[in-house]
Ligand binder design. Structure first.
Ligand code: SF4
Length: 105
């Protein structure tokens, strides 16, 4: 491979990787919100508003626990929603909560 072909190849690989990364971001931003009534959401006690969590069912829950400060949340700071590893392909509310909550380190 000539050095010019190598440069073209490296550029194509880098451009392909960037396009893939952009596609993933676009997909995450356009992903539907988790519905509180979905079976998985119900089983985890997901609520789009942490203040509406059933205190009797989840006595350890406190209102300062939010998806936005959960270790599984990968949304950007300040945005209303973002992806969560528990609900692949969907978005959770930044002010939401579920019983899989784990405080971000
Ligand atoms: Fe929210 Fe964390 Fe539960 Fe995901 S795992 S829904 S980010 S509390």
């Amino acid at each position: 491979m000539s050095s010019s072909n190598r440069r073209v190849f490296i550029f194509q690989v880098a451009a392909g990787g960037s396009a893939l990364a952009l596609a993933k971001v676009a997909h995450a931003q356009g992903a539907p919100m988790v519905n509180e009534k979905d079976a998985q959401a119900v089983s985890l006690g997901y609520a789009a508003d942490t203040t509406k969590v059933d205190a009797k069912k989840y006595p350890k829950h406190v209102a300062t626990q939010l998806c936005s400060n959960c270790a599984l949340y990968t949304g950007k700071a300040g945005e209303a929603s973002g992806p969560c590893g528990i609900f692949p392909g969907k978005q959770v509310a930044a002010k939401g909560w579920c019983s899989a909550y784990a405080k971000k380190a």
